[in-house]
Design a protein around this ligand. Structure first.
Ligand code: NAI
Length: 328
C-alpha cells in the first residue's frame, strides 16, 4: 500500500471546506489508491473550532477507506507540518463598509503568517493552491514569504473561471463540455479576468468561427464569465462553494496526475511570458505532467487580447503594490 500523503486544508469548517474535505478523503483528488491524512486549520475561536470538530465527526462517520488520519488545529505549524499538498481556503471575507484595500491587508496578515509556517515545516515537494480571495495576491504573498520553497509550488485558483468559461461556450455551441478544448482565462480571479476563446476548439472546430458572433463574445460572454461569482451570490445568498471546491479538486488532481496534453488554467508565477512581468501570479494556460505544471508557450496575442491582459495585470499590480512592503 502507498504511504499516506498529508493534505493541509485551511478554512476547513467553512462552506468550501465542507464541500471539499469529503471529496479529498474519498480519493477524488489524489486517486482511489492514495491514502490521505487531513490536516485541518481553523480560527482559534470556540465557534470555529467546534464547527471543525463537527466536520471531523462527519468525516469519521463516512468510514472512508483512504482516510488514514485527521488533525484539527488552530496552529498553522501543526496544519502544515510535512504537508505535500496544501489548499488555502480560509480567508477574511469582506465585511460591511470594508474597503478593498482593508480586505487586502487583512488577508495579507493571514497569508504572511501561514507562509512563514509553510516555509518552516511543509514538505519540500509541496504543491499549494490558494482559493481564499484575493487568491492571486494571497498566493503571491505566500510564495514570497515561504522563500525556502520553489516558486513553482505556489498557485492560485483560476479553475472555477476556466470551468465556467467552458460550460458557457458548450451551452452556446450546443456541445458537450468534454468537446471544448484549449480554453484560457488570463489574469486575475476577479471580474477583470479575460476568458479567451481564440484557441478553443469545440469538437475539433475553431470556437470563434463556430460562434461567429463577436458582439456576443465581447459584450455577453466575457462579462458573464467574469461576473458569474456575483450572480451566484445574488441567486443563492451565499458565494459559490460546491463549484469552487470542485474546481480546487480539478486543479490539484490535474497537477498531481497530469492533463495528458489538455490545457487547464492555473494562477502561476510568471517567467515573463506573454508580457506579464516575472514574479506575478497570473492566470495562464498550463499543461501538467510528472507532477509539474508548464505554461503553454507561443500563443499569439492580438491587440484586443493585449488590452484585456494588460487591464487585469494592472489590477494585480495595484494589489501587489498594496502589500509588497510585507515581503520586500
Ligand atoms: P466561509 O466564510 O464559509 O469559510 C471560510 C472559513 O475560513 C471560515 O470557517 C473561517 O473561520 C476560516 N478562516 C478564516 N480565516 C482563517 C485563518 N486565518 N486560518 C484558518 N481558517 C480561517 O467562506 P467560503 O465560502 O468557504 O470561501 C472561502 C474563500 O474562498 C473566500 O475568500 C472566498 O472569497 C474564496 N473563493 C474563491 C474562489 C476562487 O475561484 N478562487 C471561488 C469561491 C470562493
Amino acid at each position: 500500500a502507498k504511504a499516506p500523503v498529508r493534505v493541509a486544508v485551511t478554512g476547513a469548517a467553512g462552506q468550501i471546506g465542507y464541500a471539499l474535505l469529503f471529496r479529498i478523503a474519498s480519493g477524488e483528488m489524489l486517486g482511489k489508491d492514495q491514502p490521505v491524512i487531513l490536516q485541518m486549520l481553523e480560527l482559534p475561536m470556540d465557534k470555529a473550532q467546534a464547527a471543525l470538530k463537527g466536520v471531523m465527526m462527519e468525516l469519521e462517520d463516512c468510514a472512508f477507506p483512504l482516510l488514514a488520519g485527521m488533525i484539527g488545529t488552530s496552529d498553522p505549524r501543526v496544519a502544515f507540518k510535512d504537508a505535500q499538498q496544501a489548499l488555502l481556503v480560509g480567508a477574511k471575507p469582506r465585511g460591511p463598509g470594508m474597503e478593498r484595500k482593508d480586505l487586502l491587508l487583512e488577508n495579507a496578515k493571514i497569508f504572511t503568517e501561514q507562509g512563514k509556517a509553510i516555509d518552516e515545516v511543509a514538505a519540500r515537494d509541496l504543491k499549494l493552491i490558494v482559493v481564499g480571495n484575493p487568491a492571486n495576491t494571497n498566493a503571491l504573498i505566500t510564495m514570497n514569504t515561504a522563500k525556502s520553497l520553489p516558486q513553482t509550488a505556489f498557485t492560485s485558483m483560476m479553475r472555477l473561471d476556466h470551468n465556467r468559461a467552458i460550460s458557457q461556450l458548450a451551452t452556446r455551441t450546443q456541445a458537450s463540455v468534454t468537446d471544448v478544448k484549449n480554453m484560457v482565462v488570463w489574469g486575475n480571479h476577479s471580474p477583470t479576468m479575460y476568458p479567451d476563446i481564440r484557441f478553443a476548439t469545440v469538437a475539433g472546430k475553431a470556437a470563434p468561427a463556430l460562434v461567429n458572433d463577436e458582439a456576443w463574445y465581447k459584450n455577453e460572454y466575457i462579462p458573464k464569465v467574469g461576473k458569474r461569482g456575483a450572480a451566484i451570490i445574488e441567486a443563492r445568498g451565499l458565494s459559490s462553494a460546491a463549484s469552487a471546491a470542485n474546481a480546487a479538486i480539478d486543479h490539484m488532481r490535474d497537477w498531481n496526475m497530469g492533463t495528458n496534453g489538455a490545457w487547464v488554467t492555473m494562477g502561476v508565477v510568471s517567467d515573463g511570458s506573454y508580457g506579464i512581468p516575472e514574479g506575478m501570479i497570473y492566470g495562464m494556460p498550463c499543461t501538467c505532467s510528472g507532477g509539474k505544471w508548464e505554461v503553454v508557450k507561443g500563443l499569439e496575442i492580438d491587440a484586443f487580447s493585449r488590452e484585456k491582459m494588460d487591464f487585469t495585470l494592472k489590477e494585480l499590480t495595484e494589489e501587489r503594490d498594496g502589500v509588497k512592503h510585507l515581503f520586500a
